[in-house]
Design a protein around this ligand. Structure first.
Ligand code: HEM
Length: 216
């Protein structure tokens, strides 16, 4: 039973290794001080970008599953979402501990002046809520509301992108790229478009089956 709980498919092992790679690089750089040298802002930027990238990657899982039928891709969304939360947590800690040295008064003053911070904090709270309820027990307790609650992931991603836009006012190339990718991922979730994708997938399956039937 315990062994079953900790058994991973090669895909899952690859997914964890891939997701932990940036973190391992942070730890390595921190221990060796390679290119780090107390550069708090760089660390803040990198963890923020990683949180957003993993959040967007988690939103790719369902469309990949609809198109390919690959179940592992569908299951990967939770793992990627948890890593998004992990990097957002590191990002928040860098801000709270290294940047503001737990100075809550200063944080509150900054919060009143900057919208980007407020949006980042709201996105973080949503990710926290999703991470703590991302388990079978919560799913059983919340029943239908679990699905509704987890739709908030879209709001977290939108807020994350706006947070990014407000920070990178002078060079908006990357926030814009994130916004375009996110818009695409949201559009394919509209019921009408989702239905078309799955219907086309089923039609392709039927064609392949009939062709292979004729061939044999
Ligand atoms: C606890 C909540 C959060 C706080 C306090 C926070 C704070 C910050 C700060 C202070 C910066 C650097 C701003 C600057 O120096 O100009 C930043 C950048 C950034 N944050 Fe956050 N943030 C939070 C949550 C998030 C979340 C949830 C995401 C993603 C989903 C995110 C993504 C980013 C990105 C992409 C950047 C910019 C990186 C770059 O310019 O390369 N943040 N954040």
């Amino acid at each position: 039973m315990v062994l079953k709980r900790f058994s991973f498919t090669p895909f899952q092992i690859g997914l964890h290794a891939f997701s932990l790679l940036p973190f391992s690089i942070f730890v390595f750089n921190f221990l060796t001080d390679a290119g780090f040298s107390g550069n708090i802002q760089r660390l803040e930027f990198r963890t923020g970008r990683l949180a957003l990238i993993w959040l967007i990657l988690s939103l790719f899982c369902s469309p990949v599953y609809w198109l390919t039928g690959y179940r592992e891709a569908f299951k990967a969304r939770k793992t990627l979402g948890r890593y998004a939360f992990f990097y957002a947590f590191l990002h928040g800690m860098v801000f709270l501990v290294l940047d503001y040295a737990f100075d809550i008064h200063l944080i509150l003053i900054t919060l009143g002046d900057t919208l980007y911070l407020l949006l980042g904090i709201i996105a973080f709270i949503i990710l926290l809520l999703l991470a703590v309820t991302s388990n079978p027990q919560s799913q059983a307790i919340l029943k239908k509301n679990w699905g509704r609650l987890h739709k908030l992931v879209y709001l977290a991603a939108i807020l994350g992108v706006i947070h990014y836009f407000l920070i990178e006012k002078s060079d908006t190339r990357w926030p814009l790229t994130a916004a375009i990718i996110l818009s695409g991922l949201l559009v394919v979730r509209f019921p009408a478009i989702h239905k078309r994708i799955t219907l086309r997938k089923q039609a392709n399956k039927v064609v392949i089956k009939t062709r292979s039937g004729k061939a044999s």
